[in-house]
Design a protein around this ligand. Structure first.
Ligand code: CA
Length: 413
């Protein structure tokens, strides 16, 4: 008896109320789809696409045949999504990512659009086989930002390509890769790859023997990180027999539930073509929207980012100015307060009345002589002289004058 060589797990996550991901682990075909498009469109899009593409789960003579069939099935799914939107205008703007593989002997045909991912895990090394069709990945590819900047970029969830009703001939990536017994293929939605590090993913793939246990653990890991997004994991082990996958075909996520969008019609407003965002992956950047990959649009987005940075700099400048003004105000008030105080001290060997406090801040002296007297400190008795030299605080100018009078009397004695 052959043990299962594949597994599919999908979880709604900890924050969202609805699972818009779909997954499929079939006989030859394995795929994930991550839907988007507001209240109900996302789950519909990924479910429709997954069901349609699952029809391509057949035996193919060559990996190139499988590659071609996959491409055609994605284009067919894209048409089906457009037809569905035509009949249900409230679904306008729905779309879905699709990442899928078909195994043909020692090769794997891969198809990909969006930001779900396919990884090959071999000899302890995890290798990403897909490139995210995101705005930030485009910026990284063209050397405009670093991968580190991309990870925290405000537009990191904006997709440049998906299946949906936007583009009649979407640009789909396909390729053929080699595989061999011992390889483990991981397909996942960004609900995994955005929250669990590749290091951690590799360590889990290396430590759980069965695909089911590894897939469960990967989803668990995302949940342990808060799982703000839906998370879907499909795993395929390439076994030593080289036979087809013995596990019964499995649908998970939105595609496993009945389509419910018709009941939603009255509740959803008509939407304009749309925010192709994964809503909780990031704070939605204002006015973000989907556009096919046009260089002009990219430039527009980059310019907008520049404007945003400039705005941020101006805001920072204004705040700094206000802070400085507040400090100056406080210092001025404090200085004015010191100037209501008086004390009696010595100036040029004579008793004098000072206004302010006997202190300096850097080059600023906080007191000045306001009245000199003819009383020489050397004429004062020891106690009074030492008191004046140490300065005598007065409540106000009258009090200071009274002190001077007393000192004059003492000097005359
Ligand atoms: Ca997602």
């Amino acid at each position: 008896m052959t043990s299962p060589t594949s597994a599919a797990v999908s979880h709604v996550g900890k924050i969202r109320s609805q699972n818009q991901d779909s997954g499929y682990a079939g006989t030859h075909l394995f795929l994930v789809a991550d839907g988007m498009g507001g209240h109900a469109g996302g789950d519909v899009a990924s479910a429709i696409a997954t069901k349609r593409i699952a029809q391509a789960d057949r035996s193919y003579p060559t990996a190139q045949d499988a590659e071609q069939a996959l491409r055609e099935s994605l284009i067919a799914a894209n048409g089906l999504l457009a037809d569905t939107v035509f009949e249900h205008s409230e679904l306008t703007g729905m779309g879905t990512t699709v990442s899928g593989i078909v195994r043909v002997g020692e090769q794997v045909a891969l198809v990909h659009i969006g930001d779900s991912r396919v990884y090959r895990y071999r000899d302890g090394v995890l290798e990403q086989e897909t490139s995210d069709h995101t705005f930030v990945q485009r910026l990284v590819d063209t050397g405009r930002i670093t991968p580190e900047e991309a990870a925290v970029h405000p537009r990191r969830s904006v997709l440049m390509r998906v299946l949906g009703d936007v583009d009649a001939s979407p640009e789909i990536d396909t390729k053929v890769l080699d595989t061999r017994p011992g390889d483990r293929w991981l397909l996942c939605s960004d609900g995994l790859s955005s929250y669990v590090t590749e290091e951690k993913i590799a360590s889990i793939l290396g430590s759980f023997r069965t695909p089911q246990a590894a897939a469960d653990r990967l989803v668990r890991e995302s949940l342990d990180h808060g799982a703000p997004d839906n998370v879907t994991v499909v795993l395929l082990d390439i076994d030593t027999t080289g036979e087809v996958d013995a596990t019964p075909a499995t649908f998970v996520g939105s595609v496993a539930a009945p389509l419910s969008f018709e009941a939603e019609v009255d509740r959803r407003p008509l939407r304009l073509p749309t925010l192709l965002l994964h809503p909780l992956k990031a704070t939605a950047p204002e006015d973000a929207h989907f556009e096919p990959e046009r260089e002009a649009y990219l430039e527009e987005l980059i310019e907008e980012d520049r404007r945003r940075r400039r705005r941020r700099r101006i805001t920072a400048g204004v705040l700094l100015t206000l802070a400085i003004a507040a400090v100056i105000g406080a210092v001025t008030l404090a200085y004015q307060w010191t100037q209501t105080l008086y004390y009696v001290g010595v100036a040029d060997g004579h008793v004098a009345i000072y206004r302010g406090v006997q202190a300096t801040i850097g080059p600023i002296t906080l007191s000045e002589v306001t009245q000199t007297t003819g009383i020489s400190v050397t004429d004062l008795p020891t106690f009074e002289r030492e008191s004046v030299e140490a300065t005598i605080n007065a409540k106000d100018l009258d009090d200071a004058r009274a002190i001077v009078d007393r000192l004059e009397t003492a000097a005359d004695r």
